[in-house]
Design a protein around this ligand. Structure first.
Ligand SMILES: [Zn+2]
Length: 259
């Protein structure tokens, strides 16, 4: 249980707003000091109109269905086993946990896509159109969260950066840590793209870069598997550059194709 800086503002008799820098990750079990009522904070917040306030106050060891109060097991995170009501979203779990995947870089894309589609079908807003307002709001929120998780985990660079972040490792914000040789190599690649005049030339450069990216992805699998986070970080920085060159190629190709 981590202690976080928190501030409670009483808006009205039954609305308490909670502010913190990263409230999505916040778990609160204590009552706010400003609260005078003997009623628990959670009960007060359930009646709040602001949807984002609901899940903030859910404690990880206190997961109960909002409707029938049955215990919500991890596996039935989305829908209550007993009353089948769609639960409030919980941002306590990371994207791997949300999609029932091991926290690993090496994820088969077919498996990821299959899980993503299954979950999107489960929480799809169309299925909750004639359900309670709370379920309608929940389905939109789950849907957005599952999309975000899929977007993050399906892209190797973004997935790698996300994994590093989960391990508390930040990507460098500038290129001061990069060696000259590497920067020179990237500069040459950029020049090659600048000088290319035909679709064929651009496609050929793109192919070479894609080969390099694929090779870096192979390295990342091994590095994350052996928990070499600094090694993974170095490869991710290189990948970021390669992918940025690919974007330039793509932009130039589009220009050429569209005249
Ligand atoms: Zn229930």
């Amino acid at each position: 249980m981590s202690i976080i800086t928190r501030r409670f503002i009483t808006i009205s008799k039954n609305q308490i707003f909670f502010l913190t820098n990263n409230y999505f990750n916040t778990v609160v079990t204590q009552k706010p000091i400003t609260q005078s009522s003997t009623q628990p904070v959670k009960t007060l917040l359930t009646s709040s109109k602001c949807s984002h306030q609901r899940f903030v106050f859910q404690s990880s060891n206190e997961k109960k269905c909002w409707n029938c109060k049955a215990e919500i097991k991890k596996i039935s995170n989305f829908i209550c086993d007993k009353c089948r009501k769609l639960q409030d979203i919980s941002e306590e779990s990371d994207f791997f946990e949300l999609l029932s995947l091991p926290r690993d870089f090496d994820i088969p894309s077919t498996k990821l896509t299959k899980i993503f589609r299954q979950l999107q079908t489960l929480v799809h807003p169309d299925k909750f159109g004639n359900k309670t307002e709370r379920e309608q709001a929940n389905s939109a929120e789950w849907s957005a969260l599952i999309n975000k998780a899929y977007k993050t985990l399906s892209h190797p660079l973004v997935r790698g950066q996300y994994l590093l972040k989960l391990h508390g490792v930040e990507m460098p914000h500038d290129n001061s840590a990069l060696n000259k040789e590497f920067l020179l190599e990237m500069m040459e690649k950029n020049e090659e793209v600048d000088e290319a005049v035909s679709i064929e030339d651009l496609n050929s450069i793109n192919e070479k870069i894609q080969e390099e990216i694929d090779s870096e992805i192979g390295k990342l699998k091994a590095l994350f598997a052996s928990n070499d986070l600094n090694g993974a970080k170095a490869v991710l920085v290189k990948m970021k550059y390669l992918m940025s060159i690919q974007s330039s190629i793509q932009a130039k190709l589009e220009k050429l194709v569209n005249g």
